[in-house]
Design a protein around this ligand. Structure first.
Ligand SMILES: *Cc1c(COP(=O)(O)O)cnc(C)c1O
Length: 407
């Protein structure tokens, strides 16, 4: 008889969002007259901008004629998109990234989940706590962790870097007795909305180069950066080409959550202990397991970098960040301790009166009919915290915050 993959069986159920769903459904059934406002979603709500829609229409028409029809896409992605990214993203930042170091994909979730498989089975992984769950779960599936401890909420054989109010929600370099090989960093951060400065990121790059570690830098929220000393790319740091992989997404900056497009940068200079080019393994994986993001969507991605596309997507980001500002100011007025919300669409608040994250979830649902996300769902250091997102409509955001202010 066949056996299921035992590493998959180690994973606890997707407790966070299913529990939220059940609680909201139960409340809604018991209180059908109450209007529930969701500030918990991590999905965008603004439609694709006109420049993107035009590109989709045009590319769709090309697919209708034999002369312009496109079949399988090139392995790394179309050159028009890779060249545009090299030019409009990296050259603009003064970062030295060639188009053949850019791999087009169907999004940052798959890339951040798949990247671990090009490293050895005994690779030691480090993550922030709290954290986007994909990094840990995919390493669990690959058999790279020990077991989950219900009591602590932690996996054995994983290095956790607590991000707390005390350190400004920025991870500290691992202690000397910890030796991670693969370090996942995500800034601006989901769930905390925190960022690190260019100098702080430089410390991580120096640490990785010194210790032969690789940083996977998830920059999905780069477009939300509003402050000057916050790096947009890890390749703004000296020496990042020899230690860093960067993952980007079109989901949060241009609303492609349902359209699917992202990319990963793996520089030629990134080598393992034996001098093997890591890029060649990612190229091999890409060629073997992925058949490319659709031509139509790659054209849509190209349109994001056009003048019109930049203007229109920046307007959408400004819309969400206006929500974030309303949430931040309203909660501060109501006496909450809040962070994030300046370079990210996430607001991270401390629960009042030492309430647990889940107690505060119930309180907010019952008393204000507002849904958010309990911080403890992202890791034990998220306990006594709560995440609100700026991805709703302005009207709903205002109504939700005004209700919270009245509590
Ligand atoms: C939303 C998000 C992504 C984006 O994933 P896609 O697959 O590109 O939609 C990646 N990383 C983090 C931390 C996110 O929150």
């Amino acid at each position: 008889m066949i056996h299921a993959n035992a590493d998959y069986l180690k994973l606890p159920g997707s407790y966070l969002f299913s529990t939220i769903g059940k609680k909201v459904a139960a409340f809604s059934a018991a209180n059908p007259d109450k209007k529930i406002i969701r500030l918990g979603i991590g999905d965008v709500t603004q439609p694709l901008c006109p420049a993107v829609i035009d590109a989709i229409h045009k590319a769709t028409d090309e697919m209708a004629h034999a002369e312009t029809f496109r079949g399988y896409t090139p392995d790394l992605g179309y050159e028009f998109l890779r060249n545009t990214i090299a030019d409009k993203v990296y050259k603009k930042l003064g970062a030295d990234i060639a188009s053949d170091e850019i791999f087009i994909s169907d999004g940052a979730k798959s890339d951040s989940g798949n990247i671990q498989e090009i490293f050895a089975a005994d690779t030691k992984v480090a993550v922030c706590d709290p954290v986007y769950p994909v990094y840990v779960d995919t390493n669990v599936m690959a058999g790279r962790t020990g077991n989950y401890d219900e009591a602590t909420g932690l996996w054995s054989n994983v290095v956790y870097m607590p991000c707390t109010a005390e350190n400004g929600y920025a991870p500290e370099l691992p202690a000397a007795d910890q030796t991670p090989d693969l370090i996942y960093l995500c800034f601006p951060n989901n769930p905390t909305g925190a960022t690190i400065t260019k100098a702080q990121l430089q410390d991580w790059v120096d640490y990785a180069n010194k210790n032969g570690a690789v940083i996977v830098y998830d920059a999905a929220y780069e477009a939300y950066i509003s402050e000057d000393d916050v790096p947009h790319s890890i390749y703004e740091c000296q020496g990042a080409r020899t230690c860093a992989i960067e993952i980007r997404s079109f989901s949060k900056n241009a609303g492609f959550t349902g359209t699917r497009l992202g990319f990963t940068v793996v520089p030629h200079d990134l080598k393992d202990a034996d001098g093997v080019e890591i890029r060649s393994l990612w190229a091999r994986r890409h060629g073997t397991k992925f058949n490319g993001a659709p031509y139509i969507i790659q054209r849509a991605g190209e349109a994001v970098y056009s003048e019109e596309g930049q203007r229109q997507t920046n307007e959408q980001i400004a819309y969400y960040m206006n929500n974030a500002k309303y949430i931040m100011e309203g909660l501060k007025e109501a006496g909450y301790t809040v962070s994030g919300g300046v370079n990210a669409p996430y607001i991270w608040l401390k629960t009042p009166d030492k309430m647990t994250s889940w107690e505060f979830f119930d309180f907010l649902l019952n008393e204000a009919n507002v849904v958010g996300t309990p911080g403890s769902g992202f890791g034990p250091s998220g306990e006594h915290h709560f995440r609100l997102t700026a991805f709703g409509s302005f009207e709903n955001t205002v109504e939700a915050i005004d209700r919270i202010k009245k509590l």
